[in-house]
Design a protein around this ligand. Sequence first.
Ligand code: SF4
Ligand code: SF4
Length: 310
Amino acid sequence: MEISGEKIRNKALGLGFSFCGFAKAGPLEKERTFLTSYLQRKKNAGLHYLERDPEKRTDPRLVVEGTRTVIGLLLNYFPQEILPEEDNFIISKYAYGKDYHDVLKEKTRALVLFLNDEYGPVAAKAFIDRGPVLEKAWARECGLGWTGKNTLLINPSKGSFHFIAIILTDLVIGPDIPEPDHCGNCSLCMESCPTGALENPYELDPSKCLSYLTIEEKATIPEEFRDTFHGRIYGCDICQDACPYNRFAVPHDLPDFLPGKELSSYRKKDWQNLTEEQFDFLFNGSAVHRMGYEKLIRNIRYVSRVTRHA
Ligand code: SF4
Ligand code: SF4
């Protein structure tokens, strides 16, 4: 029997999620075609996980048997204040505070408990940036936004600075209407990208993306990009900052996502002298910590031409 999603949506908003929507689980044909071509053209750089389970990746019913509905959830992380950029290096807004995986895990766990209390027993499994689930495509199907030319999910009323969580459930919930594409003739994100990683609309070339190069790249960062980093040592927000829909972004009110005093006070010379102990202290419980000290130091040296460890 199909149930209305309103009670679940209200609970999700009460838990602090910014948006919640529902979609009928099934194959994502357009994404399957795109993913096949993307992989054939070897556009995924070092993102080898995309090569695993392409069938599963485009059909959540193969990920969790019995899935009938996809629940899409967004959590706003747009900061109240941008960390100072003068005499400083830049880290992406999403990494200012506590690791979003932990914050979202807690909130999705509470929502799953609610589903069981209300409709139980319910099969419901949450996915946060892990597992073979195309989060952005499902968030779109759930009516939470569209995938912009910068390949990010754009919510029409609040922009793109959101984390996405997905819950796969065997509950049958009335679906929302997928959001249509509102990019139109705009191409500001593509024009703003300093490296040409968005040469083709709706397609990211990770091998040129500063976000990939600073966080995922395991090897040395190619010399050709040195003049494009402009002090970025973790992630890149340029194509989001350029998007006109982010004029509607409102600051979050989550203490978990606020930067610590220490991080706010850091300037170039502090980064350049960062010890492993300081790194552990500064990024304890943060997504940056997952990257490891050595990689951050590599990035700091890359943007500042420091040869401290040479
Ligand atoms: S994150 Fe930065 S480098 Fe990557 S596509 Fe966007 S603007 Fe380009
Ligand atoms: S900058 Fe323009 S083209 Fe790019 S995602 Fe935003 S609306 Fe779409």
